[in-house]
Design a protein around this ligand. Structure first.
Ligand SMILES: C[S@@+](CC[C@H](N)C(=O)[O-])C[C@H]1O[C@@H](n2cnc3c(N)ncnc32)[C@H](O)[C@@H]1O
Length: 216
């Protein structure tokens, strides 16, 4: 999608992410496992069936890793060592041999070559990362032309009143570990993508699953 780089107001900093997810890690699956399960499953179901290599950005505790079809090879990255430790333990415990690697890495500075994945998946991550535009640009770089970027999250509304409420809540949200100000429309305005679909998912349909084609 052509256009000027959108600016994102983001309350999150790397330090906030690390602190919040070190706190969440021991209880994350209990609190956010079942409640986000259906939308995560919808995101995995939206993967192109012929995808070979998938990058899961912000893989967290790896709660979705068992859901990927076994013919796909999955690499997960996350900024938080505490969350990743749980993902590694899960992969070992459940014998997830389709998981190629679980690596501590910043999504806005990916250490992978250009065009090295068929799909990048971001589940409840684009509303957490300190640099959403940089993260989108990096996912675009490492996904091959015509590949897909899938992002599911609770995105902010574009309606002015609800946007003001989101901004007002953002200091509290930062402490909790997410950003209430990232809207799907701003994400869709990042250059180099074609929005293929945008649909409501999850309990009550409050969350959105965006599917982008990478255009190069
Ligand atoms: C809300 S959790 C989502 C975890 C998992 N994807 C899920 O569906 O439950 C957000 C995750 O994004 C990670 N994260 C935030 N900023 C990141 C960044 N810049 N690079 C990599 N991971 C990041 C956090 O450490 C955390 O594990």
């Amino acid at each position: 999608m052509a256009g000027a780089e959108p600016t994102f107001y983001t309350a999150m900093r790397t330090k906030d992410v690390l602190e919040a997810y070190a706190r969440w890690a021991p209880v994350y699956d209990l609190v956010f496992g079942p409640i986000l399960k259906s939308s995560r499953k919808a995101a995995v179901a939206a993967l192109p069936p012929d995808a070979g290599r998938v990058l899961e950005v912000g893989v967290g505790t790896g709660v979705s890793l068992p859901d990927y079809p076994r013919h796909m090879r999955v690499v997960g990255i996350d900024l938080s060592a505490s969350m990743l430790a749980r993902a590694r333990a899960r992969a070992k415990r459940e014998g997830l041999t389709h998981v190629e690697g679980l690596i501590e890495m910043d999504a806005s500075r990916l250490a992978f070559p250009d065009d090295s994945f068929d799909v990048a998946m971001a589940m409840y991550v684009m509303t957490v990362v300190p640099d959403p535009a940089g993260t989108m640009a990096e996912m675009r770089r490492v996904v091959r032309p015509g590949g897909r970027v899938l992002a599911v999250s609770h995105f902010a509304s574009d309606a002015p009143a609800r946007r003001a409420l989101s901004s007002a809540l953002s200091p509290l949200a930062r402490l909790m570990g997410w950003n209430t100000t990232i809207s799907a429309s701003r994400l869709a305005a990042v250059p180099g993508f074609r929005l293929v679909s945008d649909r409501a998912v999850g309990i009550f349909g409050f969350h959105r699953l965006l599917e982008f084609e990478v255009v190069k």
